[in-house]
Design a protein around this ligand. Structure first.
Ligand SMILES: O=C[C@H](O)[C@H](O)[C@H](O)COP(=O)(O)O
Length: 253
């Protein structure tokens, strides 16, 4: 699919470089007048920062953020923000992912923002994923699947996820292992290992029937393309197609 990486570097630095480059590459398809969905996470933050620079230089866009953190960053870099309202649709959403496969099925929510991400990306005409090369997998499931769960429902959700064959772990606060992590909506996050997810569509349907799960981190059929950086080069992946250099595409791929 993707050519092998050949840059000698420390893994952490290389991943950061790839994230920065992926975020920057997405900017080439942003046009004046676009209404944008702004993703969450370290790669999306790179895009938002670069977009802020372009806005300062005169680019006319507006955006809505998928998390309080991205909203704060967008304000800091001067991107005009639009509040949710009836009928609001986005020309383009740019967001990271925790995993993606060759069909551009995604696992998202590692940063806890999956609910707002799914809301905005379902309301977007085009979802462009921006990732470093470590995120591309043959089959989803190495990364535990995040679920956003109503706190009162937690015990029953844990039972139900186990009955589906999952191994759920309630996410704890980053700096306090005795306190639960809470989403922007004040819900809990449960990270579930299902092993390799051979049938993501079936699992998504099953999870939707469990009361108390507000949303799950499987994003299926939403992403139109992904920018993946490997070996210092930005590639475009589209569902079921070979990778092509991002520079091949003057307009959204
Ligand atoms: O909840 C967070 C989001 O789904 C992120 O887009 C995802 O976790 C990827 O984040 P990062 O770009 O930091 O790897």
């Amino acid at each position: 699919m993707l050519p092998p990486a050949n840059l000698p570097n420390s893994a952490a630095t290389l991943q950061d470089q790839e994230k920065a480059q992926a975020g920057a590459a997405a900017l080439r398809w942003v046009r004046d007048g676009m209404l944008l969905g702004l993703g969450t996470g370290s790669t999306s933050a790179q895009f938002i920062r670069q977009l802020g620079v372009a806005v300062q230089a005169g680019l006319k866009v507006q955006g809505t953020a998928t998390s309080l953190a991205s909203e704060a960053l967008a304000r800091e870099v001067g991107i005009p923000l639009v509040a949710p309202r009836r009928g609001l649709r986005f020309d383009l959403a740019v967001d990271g992912a925790d995993e993606l496969d060759g069909q551009l099925r995604l696992i998202k929510g590692g940063g806890g923002a999956l609910l707002r991400e799914k809301l905005l990306e379902t309301a977007s005409d085009y979802l462009l994923v921006v990732v470093d090369s470590s995120k591309v997998v043959p089959t989803l499931g190495r990364f535990p699947l995040p679920l956003e769960v109503v706190p009162f429902a937690l015990p029953w959700v844990l039972d139900a996820v186990e009955a589906l064959g999952g191994a759920p772990v309630v996410r704890m606060a980053k700096n306090d292992a005795t306190t639960y992590y809470y989403s922007d909506q004040k819900n809990l996050l449960v990270d579930c290992h299902f092993g390799q997810i051979a049938d993501a569509e079936r699992l998504a349907t099953q999870l939707k029937t469990i009361p108390g799960i507000v949303e799950h981190g499987l994003f299926l059929g939403l992403a139109k393309a992904a920018v993946v950086v490997r070996g210092g080069e930005a590639f475009v992946l589209r569902p079921g197609q070979e990778a092509r250099p991002a520079s091949d595409f003057a307009e959204l791929p």
